[in-house]
Design a protein around this ligand. Structure first.
Ligand SMILES: [Ca+2]
Ligand SMILES: [Ca+2]
Length: 312
């Protein structure tokens, strides 16, 4: 009986992910996979379809950790996710408009975590590489810049469950490309646990550095760098027990709000942290200067406008 129920659940998930790939349900008129940009230097956004998925990892998954408790999540709405992490070009546009504090981030990047000047500071390059060193508050200022530009309050960070949903893109394996880590799909680091450091292999030619965004293949939703390259801040207050995360894609507002988490793994982290279910650690939201930590944005989509688009 238990087996049957599990099997029917699995079939439902497969059906839903297939449907998600095909597009829209009656109350969701946004075309999944459609991309748009709200201004020249605004991030390219990709429409992600509604769907149901199992968040967390099965007990059989290699590298599984205790905080990845499984539960079903239904995201009943379309939303847009930036195709890639926010780049230096986009961040600098916000700084030029005197909203983002470009100078403070530059200063923080050139210091060690204890505040001393970092003698070994290396600039990985700017332009199309992901912005790094920004705090959760900085990410919120950038979101505010986008909202000011568009005159709407629809840009925001992703919730933790939205992040995992978008990273999995309908897949249930440990990684969106399969059960084994692969440098052909992500810029990440060494195999060795507890030892940070870059590694190169296959298509991943970046050692101790970020890669220009979208250098590696997009996942099933058309998103780049959801796994690897840089860790990315999420909106939620911290809930340590994965099974207690919201089942509707919403943001945790009741956990520990003095810290914020991030997802996605970085160029210097191991394959364990690269898994779709992995929950990274948490930092105080004012933490700046981490060379492996950036962010991406989401946009809440207006249902009425979606219906209009559909009629065109
Ligand atoms: Ca690498
Ligand atoms: Ca973890």
């Amino acid at each position: 009986m238990k087996r049957l129920r599990m099997l029917s659940k699995i079939i439902t998930v497969i059906m839903l992910s297939l449907m998600a790939g095909l597009a829209t349900s009656a109350d969701d008129a946004w075309c999944a996979g459609k991309t748009f940009k709200d201004c020249a230097l605004c991030p390219e956004m990709v429409v992600v379809p509604p769907g149901t998925f199992i968040m967390g990892s099965p007990e059989t998954e290699k590298y599984r950790e205790e905080d990845e408790g499984r539960h079903e999540v239904t995201i009943a709405y379309s939303f847009a996710v930036s195709k890639a992490p926010i780049t230096w070009d986009q961040w600098e546009a916000c700084a030029r408009d005197a909203m983002c504090d470009g100078q403070a981030v530059e200063t923080a990047l050139r210091k060690e975590n204890q505040g001393k000047p970092d003698q070994e500071y290396v600039d990985y390059g700017r332009g199309n590489r992901p912005v790094i060193g920004i705090s959760w508050y900085d990410a919120q200022v950038f979101v505010g810049w986008l909202n000011k530009k568009t005159g709407q309050e629809q840009y925001r960070l992703l919730s933790e469950s939205e992040y995992e949903y978008a990273a999995r893109a309908g897949t249930t394996a440990a990684y969106w490309w399969g059960e084994e880590p692969s440098h052909d799909y992500a810029n990440y680091g060494r195999e060795a646990e507890q030892e940070l450091g870059g590694a190169t292999e296959g298509r991943d030619v970046w050692g101790d550095e970020t890669s220009p965004v979208c250098s590696l293949p997009v996942n099933g939703f058309g998103l780049c760098d959801m796994s690897g390259n840089v860790y990315q801040w999420i909106e939620d207050c911290y809930e340590a027990d994965g099974t207690k995360l919201p089942t509707d894609g919403s943001v945790v507002k009741s956990g520990n709000c003095t810290v914020r988490g991030f997802r996605g793994n970085s160029f210097m982290s191991d394959p364990k942290s690269l898994r779709s279910a992995n929950r990274a650690f948490v930092y105080s939201p004012d933490t700046r200067g981490r060379s492996y930590l950036g962010f991406r944005v989401a946009k809440t989509l207006d249902r009425l406008r979606g219906e209009e688009e559909q009629r065109k």
